[in-house]
Structures are given as C-alpha cells and as structure tokens.
Design a binder for this molecule. Structure first.
Ligand code: ZN
Length: 117
C-alpha cells in the first residue's frame, strides 16, 4: 500500500493511542469502583450483549464513555499491531485491500467498504 499514507496513519494512530491512554488514565478504575468486577471490555460485547447493556445503563454515562474509549483504544492498538506485522490496510473479512480514502478517513479501519457494518 501507499507508504506515505501508512506513515501518516501510523502517526495519527500513535497520537490517538496516547490521547486515549491519557483519558482513560491507562488503567481503568472500574474494578475498584464496582465490586462486581465489571470491566469494560471490547471483546465481550457479543453473546451477553443484552445483559451488558442493562448493566451499562445502571453504571451511567461515565462508564459508558469509558467503555467507548477503551473499545476505541483496543481498535487503535490493533491497527498499530497490523502496521507492525505488515497486515495493515487489508480487510479483516475478505483480505482485500482497504481503499485509501477509507483509511484516510478512518486510520483504524478493519474492513473494506463492502464488509463494513
Ligand atoms: Zn472486505
């Protein structure tokens, strides 16, 4: 892929990662604040989605924001890992190249436009 775009996006992703880590205080305080051990985790938002959704409502907006941020951090870090291992810019569903316009708009894009949600 376009090497200049790759470098630009790497810089953008690193800057965003740094900002997100600062906003999150890097370590989530969810464990100590919520004795149930609930911790926002991007990967778990699947099977127990309904249950999680009601829990999140109870914990209010602050935690919802934290979950958004930590999910985003996960996404940004995954994109940086793909830059390191050379798979960046390829659709994670079909393996096809992600368009440059899409990568410019969303450096952490994981899929091509055809496989986006
Ligand atoms: Zn695709």
């Amino acid at each position: 892929m376009n090497k200049q775009l790759l470098e630009e996006n790497k810089a953008k992703l690193l800057a965003e990662q740094k900002k997100l880590k600062q906003l999150l205080g890097h370590e989530s305080t969810a464990d100590s604040e919520f004795p149930g051990g609930y911790k926002p985790k991007f990967d778990e938002a699947g099977s127990e989605q309904t249950e999680n959704a009601s829990e999140i409502e109870q914990f209010g907006n602050d935690l919802a924001v934290t979950e958004d941020l930590s999910g985003r951090l996960h996404q940004v870090s995954a994109a940086l890992a793909r830059i390191e291992n050379g798979s960046y810019g390829k659709c994670m569903v079909g393996g096809d190249e992600i368009g440059e316009d899409r990568l410019r708009a969303e450096p952490a894009a994981e899929t091509c436009i055809n496989h986006s949600n």
